[in-house]
Design a protein around this ligand. Structure first.
Ligand code: IPM
Ligand code: MG
Length: 356
């Protein structure tokens, strides 16, 4: 199989994890006789430095021409001062919108080997942590109007949080369908006691629910959900939620699995061309120190093989290799616990390649 992959190397420590992911992809290509053709794309801080724009059209076009996009992470202190619509993160938002990627899937699954690294009590971890957050990715407050105005002699800032029924319906269906492929439980997380958008979400969910009679459907306010995720994460199978709630809850959900450095994500729209990225940031504090955990990015590459290229066996192979490396007691600084061996980013990447 031949596939074109756009690589967004990203900022700060991000290029280090993309480099290891490419090593893994090259190993898979050699092992299974595939050809992966890479195109480098600049986005975020790197694009601001090169073009004065976090995502020029030429770079978006490269992503649209690829079969899938693999991204590390963007942003960093260097670009902190730039105006809101020119920040590195704006490039990522424009990429998600430009590729029509409204469905972001973020698994929160604990590797049994990492149980000691979880901040939760062992008895809670033993009950199991294996759920998926289906996050709406191209709507809500992220894409509403942002404005700062003068009102009554002081500044007033307004962020709009719009949601249309069709935007809710298409992500709701992904939520129901994801549940159907798993333990058949779907929880809609919202703030329907306060927000109109949440009340509209619930109305759409109720309209669709009869089409998925095999799915046990429930609803939860987001504040309660944040609490339940640390109180008893075993209760969740699939959570479907709006953009910002999904952003916040997915960081929380990743941390209880031992480290945010282990969690990949996929972003898809219509069709199979997707964007794959770890859910963590660009880790400016450890950039250039060979300390960042490449696993989330490598597992994102595995998701790319599975969901965009239909290469399930190859994806299984990468996930098994990560398991083998953890079995050997190899860790990175973010998920170290007593008795393990701490590797740098390059050595962790090499260990995963070796296990393939
Ligand atoms: C994420 C990140 C982004 C988001 C930032 C970098 C804009 O936190 O992918 O979770 O908020 O979506
Ligand atoms: Mg986030």
């Amino acid at each position: 199989m031949q596939k074109n992959i756009a690589l967004i190397w990203g900022d700060c420590a991000s290029p280090e994890i993309i480099a290891e992911s490419v090593h893994v992809l090259d190993r898979i290509a050699a092992k299974y006789g595939h050809t992966f053709i890479y195109t480098d794309v600049k986005m975020g801080g790197a694009a601001i430095d090169a073009y004065g724009d976090p995502l020029p059209q030429s770079e978006l076009d490269k992503c649209l021409a690829a079969d899938a996009v693999l991204l590390g992470a963007v942003g960093g202190p260097k670009w902190e001062g730039v105006p809101g619509d020119q920040r590195p993160e704006k490039g990522l938002l424009r990429l998600r919108a430009g590729m029509g990627l409204y469905a972001n899937t973020r698994p929160a699954k604990i590797w049994p080997q990492l149980a000691p690294a979880s901040p939760l009590k062992p008895e809670l971890v033993e009950k199991g942590i294996d759920f998926v957050i289906v996050r709406e990715l191209t709507g809500g407050v992220y894409f509403g109007k942002h404005e700062t105005v003068e009102a009554n002699g002081e500044k007033q800032a307004i962020d709009w949080m719009p949601y249309s029924e069709h935007e809710i319906e298409r992500i709701a269906r992904i939520g129901f369908e994801t549940a159907q492929k798993r333990r058949k439980k779907l929880c809609c997380v919202d703030k329907a006691n306060v927000l109109d958008t949440s009340r509209l979400w619930r109305a759409v969910m109720h309209r669709l629910q009869p089409e998925y009679p095999d799915v046990a459907y429930s609803e939860m306010f987001v504040d309660n959900c944040a609490m339940q995720i640390v109180k008893d994460p075993s209760q969740f199978d699939v959570i479907v939620t709006e953009n910002m709630f999904g952003d916040i809850l997915s960081d929380e959900a990743s941390e209880i699995t031992g480290s945010i450095g282990m969690i990949p994500s996929s972003s898809l729209g219509e069709g199979t061309r997707g964007l794959y990225e770890p859910i963590h940031g660009s880790a400016p504090d450890i950039a250039g120190q060979d300390k960042i955990n490449p696993t989330a990015c490598i597992l994102s590459a595995a998701m790319m093989l599975r969901y965009s290229f239909g290469l399930a066996q190859e994806a299984d192979d990468i996930e098994a290799a990560v398991g083998t490396v953890l079995d050997k007691g190899f860790r990175t600084a973010d998920n170290m616990s007593a008795g393990n061996r701490c590797l740098g980013c390059k050595d962790m990447g090499a260990a995963i390649v070796a296990a393939l």
